[in-house]
Design a protein around this ligand. Structure first.
Ligand code: SF4
Ligand code: SF4
Ligand code: SF4
Ligand code: FES
Length: 895
């Protein structure tokens, strides 16, 4: 469906005048008349209209009278033209709309008492509003319900054929999984080809369905809408930070709904650049971990070989006494701490304060170390900002987007929807460089399937192509002639032909991509797991910054180098100072001014400058016996890191392992004390999303069992250790953070950061650049590259305790391979193979996957059965300490 100017905010068209209900209004020529009417604040009924997609014109409710026409006009599909005279009210229009409602009701089952949409149904509302009381002509359809999908049931007896579901899926999400099909004498919505629904399961079709024709399998027959408490909060899965409504009954989560809804249909299309209000499968259907029976509900204390339930008081006494004991005997640096970036900002802040103030150590880290810190460190060094410079609006309105090393639809689905809107509405050229066939690659203008592990070389090729074609922005480079000369000299030995041979990208493709990037007025570079979680991630981000610099894409509005975060609060973890190299506010740990400020505010002497250990160093020190006690909040290093990191040996040597988590994890099973924490649904606080927006997390229900929010446990522990913390709510902690970091709580608006590379380019750049473009990494001699990564249906390990997501995306336990490779090795789907890396061998099944590139194989990182992660080698970045373990050379043999 081509977008009309009506719904495309980027199209230039003449301004016209028309008259609506006697008032002159201005509009863009050719826009939907309905949009013009609603822009005046007037709401007229519209059952098939939603501002996020093109008008469809099926329901017959949006009728208006146009002077010169005898019959009413459907205003949604009518285009505004100069001089139109429109009337939106009157008995004739009321009666015409009433007739439309009666027509819909005449083929509607009227099973409201057993319909999930009862009380939340546009057809009910319209019938009431138009005084439809005589339903004598109602005819039943008796269409069997389609229950084949794992999450949605289609009851086509209730369908009013408005096509909102089809349109949102096709237009907004660009998935196009649904269609109308004539079946049993009725036009029905079916999954494409009338097969069982196989889609992204985002549930946006459910959200926009104005009646109960699409229902949520998880909550069907469980509630009436008015029985539930609805809490607006932030999703706890990825860094996109989607807003959602958690709907609960007592301590049970019934369902998750989104701001996207048929009830919220009168917005302005231009507003969707900030997000369309939908959710992905994880956000909408992944909520069952919250009230899972697997939750840890009482503290556990190790007695002999057993973990035994004990009262909180006993557990906390044990924790305080044993930590105190270790500190007395071995000093503060015998203690370390790890925390998950699924905690709130307030908890992350308290955690680093506890480590530094109560324990007096700088041995602390968060899950941002698994990759995000490569981006933060590079962007802080080069641009002074330490986070992404662009928000969703910039991304949506970009004219060129270079996506490198990111399977964005799988990792950050709603950021991916922004790029889809950039493609569809703003006509962006999207260049994708990835070692798998990605969804954005299929939709983008320039898809490039690159050799696994060649992302760094691809950047070399782009920089080289930009220089060879003289796509250089004079204004940007002339300020730093020495740096520019150094960069030119650093890449002088690179040959595009050689890079092409090593990456799988042709010289022409490099030149095209560099040209599109350089010549577009708003160009965004986005890199993710294929860069920041891989060896040389830090240097590769710096190279992308070089590329943006020379092409004039640093600091210009709507341009910049960006990343995405896997967990909801990785940016918050870094901003709150949960890293040995950073204090709160991304100040260096050695920054004397900030140290003085904090020492005064906290009334302590901070651990000495230059001290501290990050994740890998903490584990090393546990193994060597330097660290004797470890405090692990929500992290699960045993299940995350490969065997070669020797996590078990590290934890085994500890005198004290305290694990605080909503679940009994693999790491928790080794603990001496386990403290039951709540999930984010049971506490207040904030997350900072990948755009830098601080978003509210709100308590939706009482804590399960005896679990307690992390911030309360941290406060109790600090007080047990002799501090006098008086926080009684997350607000109290926020008040303290606000004093230290004025402006951090930016009321949901990302603070615009203006990156400047001036200091970096004139201080030490010359020496650093010369080594950055020398490839020294040797490639594995093994014929296949094993990649571990995320799936759309999962996030870390958390989603694996959400039964709904496991139902949609179960662990098949099989390695995924390209069909051509399987054929070459004589493998059928389901055959057993032996996978051998330098770290060992495994036997496992194999499954066909078209998205896996030739000579690679893929296993989802969420699952450890079989333990594929233990085949991976680890490379620790010498500067950032980020451990990379998602790629390894392997041999595959038929068994
Ligand atoms: S769940 Fe999402 S992807 Fe699937 S049909 Fe509905 S809108 Fe389309
Ligand atoms: S299923 Fe719902 S959204 Fe889709 S056409 Fe029918 S009534 Fe409209
Ligand atoms: S995109 Fe991310 S934040 Fe949004 S609903 Fe999905 S997992 Fe949650
Ligand atoms: S809203 Fe215009 S026909 Fe349905």
């Amino acid at each position: 469906m081509g977008l009309k100017p009506a719904t495309n905010p980027d199209v230039e068209s003449a301004t016209i005048e028309l008259t609506i209900d006697g008032k002159t209004v201005t509009a863009k020529d050719g826009v939907s008349l309905y949009d013009v009417i609603s822009s005046t604040g007037k709401i007229i009924p519209a059952m098939c209209y939603h501002y996020t997609f093109d008008p469809f014109g099926s329901c017959g409710m949006c009728l208006v009278m146009q002077e010169g026409k005898k019959a009413p006009v459907r205003s949604c599909t009518a285009k505004a033209t100069a001089g139109m005279i429109i009337r939106t009210e009157g008995d004739d229009l009321f009666q015409a709309r009433k007739k439309a409602v009666e027509k819909h009701l005449s083929v509607h089952p009227l099973d409201c008492p057993v319909c999930d949409a009862d009380g939340h149904c546009e057809l009910q509302d319209m019938a009431f509003q138009h005084g439809v009381t005589n339903l004598a002509n109602a005819k039943q359809k008796f269409i069997p319900e389609d229950t084949r999908s794992p999450v949605l049931d289609f009851n086509m007896n209730r369908c009013i054929a408005c096509a909102e579901c089809i349109n949102v899926c096709k237009d907004v999400l660009m998935i196009d999984a649904l269609q109308f099909m004539k079946k049993g004498g009725f036009n029905q919505v079916v999954a494409k080809g009338d097969l069982p629904l196989a889609c992204e399961f985002c549930g946006d079709c459910l959200a926009v369905c104005p009646v109960g024709a699409i229902t949520n399998k998880f909550s069907k027959y469980l509630y009436k809408p008015w029985q539930m408490k609805k809490t607006t909060t932030t999703c706890n899965y990825c860094g996109d930070g989607c807003q959602m409504y958690l709907e609960t009954k007592d301590t049970e989560v019934i369902r998750v709904t989104s701001p996207l809804s048929w009830k919220n249909k009168w917005g302005d299309r231009a507003d969707t650049s900030k997000g369309h209000g939908g959710l992905c499968v994880k956000g909408r259907f992944g909520f069952e971990y919250i009230d899972s029976p697997k939750r840890l509900t009482r503290p556990l204390l190790r007695k002999g070989n057993q973990l035994v339930e004990v009262p909180w008081l006993e557990a906390m006494h044990a924790v305080v006494d044993r930590f105190t004991d270790v500190r007395k005997k071995h000093g503060p640096d015998a203690i370390g701490g790890l925390i998950t970036a699924r905690c709130t900002n307030e908890e992350l802040y308290l955690f680093q304060k506890l480590m530094r103030v109560a324990f007096r150590t700088n041995n602390l880290d968060s899950s941002a170390r698994y990759g995000h810190l490569n981006f933060v460190r590079a962007s802080k060094l080069a641009l002074g900002i330490g986070r992404t410079p662009n928000d969703w609006e910039d991304l949506t309105k970009a004219k060129a987007v270079l996506v490198i090393g990111s399977n964005l639809t799988e990792t950050n689905p709603l950021t991916s929807v922004r790029i889809k809107e950039a493609i569809r509405v703003y006509k962006a050229q999207v260049m994708v460089f990835d070692s798998s066939v990605t969804n954005l690659g299929k939709l983008g203008s320039h898809p490039h399937l690159i050799k696994a592990g060649s992302e760094g070389l691809v950047i070399d090729g782009l920089v080289k192509a930009a220089l060879e074609l003289d796509l250089v922005d004079e204004e940007s480079v002339k300020k730093h002639p020495q740096a520019f000369a150094a960069l030119k000299s650093a890449v002088s030995a690179i040959s595009l032909e050689q890079v092409a041979a090593k990456t799988g990208v042709t010289v022409g493709q490099f030149k095209d991509a560099a040209t599109v990037l350089a010549e577009s007025p708003r160009s965004i570079i986005l890199c993710a797991e294929g860069i920041v979680r891989q060896p040389d991630g830090y240097q590769n981000v710096l190279k992308l910054i070089d590329l943006a610099w020379i092409t004039g894409k640093l600091g210009r509005p709507g341009c910049g180098v960006n990343t995405v975060t896997e967990e909801p609060n990785e940016q918050g973890a870094v901003d709150m100072g949960v890293a040995p190299e950073f204090l709160p506010g991304l100040a260096s740990f050695d920054d004397q001014a900030m140290r003085d400020k904090l020492a005064k505010a906290w009334d302590v002497t901070l651990p000495a400058a230059g001290t501290g250990a990050n994740l890998t160093d903490i584990l090393k020190r546990c193994r060597s016996g330097q660290i004797r006690a470890l405090y692990v909040v929500g992290e699960n290093p045993l299940a995350t890191l490969p065997a070669s990191m020797e996590v078990r040996a590290a934890l085994d040597r500890l005198e004290l392992l305290v694990v605080q988590d909503p679940f009994l994890t693999e790491t928790g099973q080794m603990a001496h004390v386990l403290l039951p924490a709540t999930t984010s649904a049971e506490k207040d606080g904030t997350f900072t999303n990948l755009e830098g927006r601080v978003l509210r997390v709100r308590q939706a229900m009482d804590a399960l069992g005896e679990s307690v929010p992390d911030w309360q446990i941290l406060t109790a522990l600090a007080n047990g250790l002799g501090c006098q913390w008086e926080y009684e709510s997350a607000n109290d902690i926020q008040a303290e953070i606000m004093k230290l970091l004025p402006g951090y709580y930016n009321l949901g608006q990302p603070k615009k950061l203006i990156p400047s590379a001036d200091h970096y380019l004139s201080n030490g750049y010359t020496a650093a650049a010369s080594s950055r473009y020398k490839t020294t990494r040797s490639e594995s001699a093994r014929p296949f590259t094993l990649l571990m990564g995320q799936l759309l249906y999962h996030s870390g390990k958390l989603s694996t305790v959400a039964p709904g997501l496991i139902k949609i995306g179960p662990n098949t336990g099989r390695i995924r391979m390209n069909p051509a490779d399987m054929e070459r090795l004589g493998l059928q789907d389901g055959a057993t193979v032996k996978l051998t890396s330098d770290r060992g061998s495994l036997q496992m099944g194999v499954q066909v996957d078209q998205s896996v590139a030739p000579n690679t194989c893929f296993f989802p990182e969420h699952f450890n059965e079989p333990p594929v992660k233990d085949l991976m080698s680890v490379h620790v970045d010498a500067i950032t300490g980020v451990p990379s373990f998602k790629r390894s050379g392997v041999t595959i043999e038929k068994v």
